[in-house]
Design a protein around this ligand. Structure first.
Ligand code: PBG
Length: 325
């Protein structure tokens, strides 16, 4: 019998050695906490399918933002849940709309101590739940939507957002927003672009989180989960149009796409660990079927190992606390 010439187990022998040779480390500053602010409530409303996550009042939003910032998270991504909706999603462009006032609240509360990001999409504000405006046949009208997106970007910039996250998957959305922002003197507002966003069943719990009115699906604008090469095209287009950061979404089921993105573009690559990824772990852990903390840490590590340097995660605050020891 021939002895093994190579013994990888030597470097796994003690916790100290394993720590020394660890290739991937996750730092709290890489984590971004998605948050929901809802109009017209006077106490936070728990989201049933996302245990531990709530729709915030403006007050509780500010408190949670302070808590997240002191935990060291790298940023906050804000979504708005309006009391009223219409076909054009007017609440998104209204300076008094819930998302815009929420952005201003975050800026005044945590200001430059963290990065304030906002969702640049219409689906929370439309009465049909689609990410854009509809044409006469009920199909999402790309170019009409772009006009509203440009206005929305300006409203969010005026509210003080550091970064806007266009998540509607309309063609040309980055270029149009960049142009609108630059034209109005907001050259310094960044675009964190959902470049490769898939039509995923993993967004299920989020639909409850934003009280989504959607009846159909988003397959005419979000990507087919079967396609990876197509993601490269989306990523390159967004970088060309002026994306400062690109997002791949969801994360764990799309590690190959994260890795492709990392190899292809030279801007930071972020990944969004979405509501369904959160819900699956929480539900299994609640049943005692998985070790919750190890699962969270393993998933975050894997997403970073695949090539994401930024991770949007509902566990941001908890994970940041654990990472800081
Ligand atoms: C659309 C948007 C969605 C999510 C973030 N932005 C929902 C969708 O595309 O249907 C999902 C996030 C999550 O599931 O955690 N504005």
């Amino acid at each position: 019998m021939r002895f093994p010439e190579s013994r990888p187990r030597r470097l796994r022998r003690t916790p100290a050695i394993r720590r020394l040779v660890q290739e991937t480390r996750v730092d709290p500053s890489q984590l971004v906490l998605p948050m929901f602010v809802r109009e017209g409530i006077d106490a936070p409303v728990p989201i049933e399918s996302m245990p531990g996550v709530v729709q915030h009042t403006r007050d509780s939003l500010k408190k949670a933002a302070v808590e997240a910032t002191s935990a060291g998270v790298g940023g906050l991504m804000l979504f708005g849940v309006p009391a009223q909706r219409d076909a054009r999603g007017s609440g998104a462009v209204d300076p008094a709309g819930i998302l815009n006032v929420g952005i201003a609240d975050l800026i005044s509360e945590v200001g430059d101590a963290t990065v304030v990001m906002s969702d640049g999409c219409l689906d929370e504000f439309t009465d049909h739940g689609h990410c854009g405006v509809l044409d006469a046949d009920g199909v999402v009208d790309n170019d009409e939507t772009l006009k509203v997106y440009a206005e929305m970007a300006l409203a969010q910039a005026a509210a003080g957002a550091h970064m806007i996250g266009p998540s509607g998957m309309m063609d040309g959305q980055i270029g149009v927003m960049r142009q609108a922002l630059d034209g109005a003197g907001y050259q310094d507002v960044s675009l964190i672009a959902y470049a490769a966003k898939y039509a995923s069943a993993l967004y299920g719990p989020f639909r409850e989180a934003v009280d989504s009115q959607l009846k159909g699906n988003r397959r005419t604008y979000q990507q087919d989960p079967a396609n990876a090469r197509e993601a490269l095209r989306e990523l390159e287009m967004d970088v060309d149009e002026g994306a400062d950061i690109v997002i791949v979404k969801p994360a764990s089921a799309y590690l190959d796409v994260i890795s492709l993105a990392r190899d292809t573009v030279d801007v930071p690559v972020a990944a969004y660990q979405v509501s369904g990824e959160y819900a699956m772990v929480e539900a299994a852990a609640a049943n005692g079927w998985l070790d919750r903390e190890r699962m969270i840490d393993e998933q975050l590590t894997s997403i970073v190992r695949a090539g994401a340097s930024i991770v949007l995660t509902y566990w941001a605050v908890e994970a940041a606390g654990r990472l800081r020891g």
